[in-house]
Design a protein around this ligand. Structure first.
Ligand code: CP
Ligand code: NVA
Length: 298
C-alpha cells in the first residue's frame, strides 16, 4: 500500500513518475484516458483552513471518477477527542483513501498505520509535500529540469514548506538556499537527514544571487497566530521585492504557495508582476495531485 506522508520517505522514482504524469493529467483534463478512482469514496479530513488544497483535491478526486467526502475535523467526533487510531479504523472500513490536513505529522502517520487505506499528507506542521511537488512541476514546465538549478527560499525557514523543499533538493539534485533569521532556520537534524546541497544563511542578498527560482511563504503559518507579532518583527526584511529579484538570474521565476500577505513576505508590485506564474502554480495543484492519487492507487 502506498501513502504520501512526507517527501523524506517518498522514493525518488515515485517523485519522478508523479512529476512526469502530471503533464498528461493537465493535457487530458476534460477528456481523461482512464478513471483510476472510479467508484471510490475518499475522505478529506481537515483540521486547518484551506482554499487550494481542499478545492483541488475535491475536484481532482471527482475528475478521476471518485467521490470526495469533506470532513471538517471539528464536525466529526475526532474534534471531541475520539482518538486518531479509532477514527482511522472506522474510516478505513468505509472509504478507499484519505487526504489529511492537520498539525502533528505523527497524526497523519498514525492514521495511515491504523486505517489500512492510502493516506495523503495535505499539510502538517512539518511538511507540505503536495505543494512542493506541484512547485517543482510548475518550475519544470517553464524552465526544464530542476536538476542543477538554484532555488532560494526566503522567510520562515523552519516551517513545513522549506522542510519539504529540503527533502526534495537532495532527491532531485538541485541546490537549495534558505535565507532566514537564526530563530527561523531549519533544524540541523533535518539538514543531516536530508543530505544534498542545502545552504542556510541570514544573508538574504547573497542567497538570491544568480538564483533560478525565488520562493516564499507566509511568516505566520497556521497554528502560529499567537506568535504573529514576534514573527513579523524578527522576519521583517526577509521579503521578496524588486531589489531582491534583481540579484537573481534575469529569467528567474518568483513563486509563492499562497495565501500571500503583501508587504510582509512579498511586496505588492513583485507579487503582481509574477502573478501569472503564481496562479498557474495554484492551478497545477489540481493536475499534480491527480497524478499523486493515480500513483497511489496503481
Ligand atoms: N497553498 C495551500 O496549501 O493553500 P491552502 O491553504 O489554501 O490549501
Ligand atoms: N506555511 C504555511 C503554508 C500554507 C499553505 C502554513 O502552514 O500555514
Amino acid at each position: 500500500m502506498k501513502h504520501l506522508l512526507s517527501l523524506e520517505t517518498m522514493p525518488r522514482e515515485a517523485m519522478e513518475q508523479v512529476l512526469r504524469d502530471g503533464a498528461s493529467f493537465k493535457q487530458q483534463r476534460g477528456n481523461p484516458a482512464r478513471l483510476p478512482l472510479a467508484g471510490q469514496t475518499w475522505a478529506l479530513i481537515f483540521s486547518k483552513s484551506s482554499t487550494r488544497t481542499r478545492v483541488s483535491f475535491e475536484v481532482g478526486i471527482h475528475e478521476l471518477g471518485g467521490r470526495p467526502l469533506f470532513l471538517n475535523a471539528n464536525d466529526i467526533q475526532l474534534g471531541r477527542g475520539e482518538p486518531i487510531k479509532d477514527t482511522a479504523r472506522v474510516l478505513g472500513r468505509m472509504v478507499r483513501g484519505a487526504v489529511i490536513r492537520t498539525y502533528a505529522q505523527s497524526d497523519v502517520e498514525e492514521f495511515a498505520t491504523y486505517s489500512g487505506i492510502p493516506t495523503v499528507n495535505a499539510l502538517t506542521d512539518d511538511e507540505h509535500p503536495c505543494q512542493v511537488l506541484t512547485d517543482i512541476f510548475t518550475f519544470q514546465e517553464k524552465r526544464g529540469s530542476i536538476q542543477g538549478k538554484v532555488v532560494t527560499f526566503v522567510g520562515d525557514g523552519a516551517c513545513n514548506m522549506p522542510v519539504s523543499w529540503i527533502f526534495a533538493a537532495a532527491k532531485l539534485g538541485f541546490e537549495l538556499r534558505i535565507a532566514a533569521p537564526k530563530a527561523f532556520q531549519p533544524s540541523p537534524d533535518i539538514l543531516r537527514r536530508a543530505g544534498g546541497k542545502v545552504h542556510v544563511t541570514e544573508d538574504l542578498p547573497a542567497a538570491a544571487e544568480g538564483a533560478d527560482l525565488l520562493y516564499t511563504d507566509v511568516w505566520v503559518s497556521m497554528g502560529k497566530e499567537a506568535e504573529a507579532a514576534e514573527r513579523i518583527r524578527i522576519l521583517g526584511g526577509y521579503q521578496i521585492n524588486g531589489a531582491l529579484v534583481k540579484r537573481a538570474k534575469p529569467q528567474a521565476l518568483v513563486m509563492h504557495c499562497l495565501p500571500a500577505y503583501r508587504g510582509k513576505e512579498i511586496d505588492e508590485e513583485t507579487f503582481e508582476a509574477h502573478a501569472a506564474t503564481i496562479f498557474e502554480q495554484a492551478e497545477n495543484r489540481l493536475h499534480l495531485q491527480k497524478s499523486i492519487l493515480n500513483w497511489i492507487v496503481s
